[in-house]
Write a protein that binds this ligand. Structure first.
Ligand SMILES: NC(=O)c1ccc[n+]([C@@H]2O[C@H](COP(=O)([O-])OP(=O)(O)OC[C@H]3O[C@@H](n4cnc5c(N)ncnc54)[C@H](O)[C@@H]3O)[C@@H](O)[C@H]2O)c1
Length: 180
């Protein structure tokens, strides 16, 4: 069985990634401890999405309740799954800049140390796996504001003839970012 480990699997991006890779035939192991409810209060809890994934994906989704800051728990899980891990999608995060300023130690623990724990566990247990890190759109600073946008019925899209219409490539500049 090929396994995709998705961290932050009940979050906005993690849940979509979990569904996407389960539909492609991978067994998804989702890591999420609902730290979002600690960051932003009970109403921001992502438990509903965890239930949703468990109900809709059945055996293709296994939820693991660990904190990515817990190095030994992360390593233990990765050792158990081993080389069957083909993919790691790392989206577990404290995503708010304002919140980061309020409690920088917790923010650094989740976003920096947690990421290091996952990178190292992957290197030790599944060195051939692809590792996707979602980073942040803030690395682009104000550059996204220069893209030509067209208003459609439910959303804004990049103008179809623009070279980024199908998605923003890695060559978009991150120079002179002034977003935060
Ligand atoms: N939403 C966007 O448009 C967007 C765009 C670019 C990049 N990103 C990045 O993608 C990542 C995820 O964003 P999102 O919008 O899906 O966030 P989200 O808050 O919806 O999801 C994050 C999930 O991670 C879980 N989590 C947090 N800390 C954890 C921990 N220590 N252990 C286990 N689980 C933990 C939370 O409970 C939550 O369910 C962030 O790094 C964000 O900066 C988001």
């Amino acid at each position: 069985m090929s396994i995709a480990v998705v961290t932050g699997s009940a979050g906005l991006i993690g849940a979509e990634a979990s569904r996407h890779f389960a539909e492609l035939g991978l067994e998804v192991v989702g890591i999420d401890n609902d730290l979002r409810s600690h960051f932003f209060g009970e109403e921001a809890s992502t438990r509903w999405q965890q239930k949703n994934l468990e109900e809709s994906l059945g055996e293709r989704y296994r939820h693991v309740e660990i904190d990515i800051r817990d190095q030994s728990a992360v390593e233990k899980l990765f050792q158990e799954l081993g080389a069957e891990i083909q993919l790691v999608v790392h989206t577990a995060a404290q995503p708010s800049h304002d919140w980061a300023a309020r409690d920088p130690h917790t923010d650094f623990g989740v976003n920096a140390v947690g990421t290091l724990n996952l990178l190292e566990a992957t290197r030790q247990s599944a060195p051939e796996a692809v590792f996707i890190f979602t980073s942040t759109n803030k690395v682009y600073g104000d550059t996204p504001n220069q893209l030509p946008l067209v208003e459609t019925e439910t959303r804004w899209e990049i103008e179809p003839s623009h070279s980024y219409a199908a998605g923003i490539r890695e060559d978009m500049s991150i120079d002179q970012t002034t977003h935060s």
